[in-house]
Design a protein around this ligand. Sequence first.
Ligand SMILES: C[S@@+](CC[C@H](N)C(=O)[O-])C[C@H]1O[C@@H](n2cnc3c(N)ncnc32)[C@H](O)[C@@H]1O
Length: 184
Amino acid sequence: MSIISKTTQLDKHLIKPYLNKDSITVDMTIGNGNDTLFLALNSKKVYGFDIQQIAIEKTEKLLKENGLNNYKLICDSHSNLDKYVSELVDVFVFNFGYLPKSDKTITTNAESSLEALKKALELLKVNGLISMTLYHGHRSGVIEREKILDYVNKLDYNEYYVLYVKPFNQKNNPPEIVLITRKK
Ligand SMILES: C[S@@+](CC[C@H](N)C(=O)[O-])C[C@H]1O[C@@H](n2cnc3c(N)ncnc32)[C@H](O)[C@@H]1O
């Protein structure tokens, strides 16, 4: 499959150049742990947040199976980021929505996602990256996408550079990616 047509692969491709052996990273929505594993393999340390204990357990198992111990998994909302992370961060990954093949009523929502994004912007290093994958095929995702896009569109262009990646000619609301880097 071509890399541009699979959002989760495209996302990793875009994030990878921002990672090195000294990077501090945060997976803001760990889910099944695929992004957490990617970050742990490519950075010094990864923090991971999810409100579902099952996500924490699955991800811990996955990381252990891969022989990794450079992680801290937190069963709490990413909107409480500042309670757990005090160091500056190179890369944040948000993968909004609900856990595939799981309870679709447990989903990220506009209010806490925005709060988490604001806190992430404060901890982001200069030249660091925030990657957000937005799913708007479900109702709360439509509102979340609208609020997030509206917020990032108004970020000070002297301080942040925002890139919006949107599939253009596809059906069924495919996911979109927003990337933010800090300029100073
Ligand atoms: C689309 S899934 C993430 C997929 C994951 N990145 C992966 O690689 O498998 C979204 C996750 O966000 C979690 N979530 C929902 N609200 C949250 C919140 N306020 N804080 C942290 N995680 C949340 C859900 O429990 C779900 O596991």
